[in-house]
Write a protein that binds this ligand. Sequence first.
Ligand SMILES: Cc1cc2nc3c(=O)[nH]c(=O)nc-3n(C[C@H](O)[C@H](O)[C@H](O)COP(=O)(O)O)c2cc1C
Length: 634
Amino acid sequence: MRAAPAIFSPLCIRGVALKNRLVMLPMSPQLGTDDGCVTPRIVDFYRARARGGVGTIIVGATYVDPRGGFAGGQMGISRDEQLIGLRRLAATIKDGGARALIQLHHAGRRARSANTGLEPVAPSAIPEFEGAEVPKALTVGQIEGLVDDYARAAARAEKAGFDGVEIHCAHGYLPDQFFNPRANARNDAYGGDLEGRTLFARQLISACRGIVSSSFLITVRLSGENGMPLADMVPIARRLEEAGVDMINVSAGDTPERTVPDYYWPAGVNVHLAETIRRQVQVPVLACGRVRTVAEAESMLQQEQADLVGLGRALLADPEFPQKAARGDLDSIFYCFSCNQVCHNPLRKIPGIACSINARTGREGDFPFIPATDTKRVIVVGGGLAGCQAALAASERGHTVTLFEETVRLGGKLVAASSPPGKKHFLDVVKGFERALEQAGVRVVVNKRADMESIMQEKPHSVILATGSHPLIPPVSGIEVAEVVTAEAVLTGTVQTSSPLVVVGAGAVGLETAHLLLEQGHNLVVIDMLDRAGEGLTNSAKEHLLGVLDRGGVAVVLNTTLVAVEPGYVRVEREGVSERLMAKQVVLATGYEPRQDLVAPLGEMVEVVMIGDAAEPRDIEHAILEGLQAAYNL
Ligand SMILES: Cc1cc2nc3c(=O)[nH]c(=O)nc-3n(C[C@H](O)[C@H](O)[C@H](O)COP(=O)(O)O)c2cc1C
């Protein structure tokens, strides 16, 4: 019997057979042309997911009207010229074995004229938040025009070969703005009571239904709570059902933080919303939001909380999640850890969809699964994420690979990075690598510090140095005493800790170490010489951590430089004034420096490449990407 029988049971909606219950959630890849056309990168991105075994793919938000577009690279479905690419996209998804739906989108007041060059429109002239661009209130004639735009977009979707559309009525976008009295102050037929506030969405559904064939799916996405409580959303769902939708995808939120919940939110965070709505409607309901594991998805179906389960970031991290689940090979899945560092981080300036732990995401064409023409003997030194990825990809390409790791386990800095509260599941990615390396036939030698002799004994053609980094110890008087420890030592539990403590460094590592120490019951203070905290964290993780520390009584003192460590206290300087802070122990979270000791001697004898922190201490995204690049450059 299959490990997850409910997931792999088929479902038929309006005569359209879905081979399983897993649905790829709409995620706009932001890789389109300036005029909203599909690019080869978008096709490659979806091909990988379709081939990975998911039953249905909902292509991410495509604008029905350029005025409602949200940012560069979004695909459109507003003009016939966009059909060529959309046809290719639908055919690719279906050839890969999945059903293809496409999401119809209008951002309303969340569009920005700086992006679209057009004045945003909305039910009422109410900005998204104070200080945001004020939209123009739609006239009835304009609303009717928009209904027509959606209908024509649905017709284009059918012409392109899609099996259906999803009308985006969630996340604070235009139809959701009509639902919400905080955004809709109209006193005509489109405002007022529930009947009025749902009129636009109901008209969209009927207009789309009226223009497509009877076997074409018309579905909607709804936020089960979005500033309006669930109790208000249930009657909305019922009205949309009455208007003729075939399936309801229940998401949540009208802010990015709530819509794409990070690891501080519980797993399956929205399932109760889907479950409540499902009890009130007859059509199939999809649950989604931080569904990370096969067991979570299976349980939602087994317990009849939902009919379908949506996977978003899980399929960015591993497009083959469904296939691996079907085989019961759960350890080989690369599980998303909801870091949002790369896929959903406005601070990241590089456009286009990407993933911290899967560097192929959005770059599928750059790293095809094809063997190298010239195969080599390759040594990888260092079993952190960069080294693991390099070894795996090199082996997959046909090279003979040995990976040396000096500690007893793979994972490198991630071992420490996964110990703060809420981050244990980050280590799952290491399990994914362990299993994949085994399956790929990489010789993994742990507990072995590679030196010149052991490396040259293997007669390698190439050596990839992924030796990581050391904690940086600032040149401060008195720092070389036993009471001064590194954050890494605290996180890995290799030192005893005693209060009061001073954590030096309020970047990601410093704040997370402080979080762990707080949970362990310590008194501490965090200092940083900079004028800001949380460098390296997403805004939402930073806000969460600073909130937890504040509530726990941990002061984060900025513009404060460590000057000296003395018995029982540290001396600091803040805005030119010298102070003493009590400290039985000092924890250094002051950055890292690369470990490059093998480069010079090896470089004279063999081809050497340095990757990840060994080249320059940075984040997971760079470690994994450079691992992949090194394997493809061999
Ligand atoms: C990169 C990215 C792009 C997204 N784009 C869309 C979109 O176009 N339409 C939409 O309804 N939701 C979008 N979302 C939200 C996802 O569909 C999903 O609701 C969210 O990621 C939570 O599900 P997950 O935990 O399975 O990732 C996006 C999320 C991400 C990470």
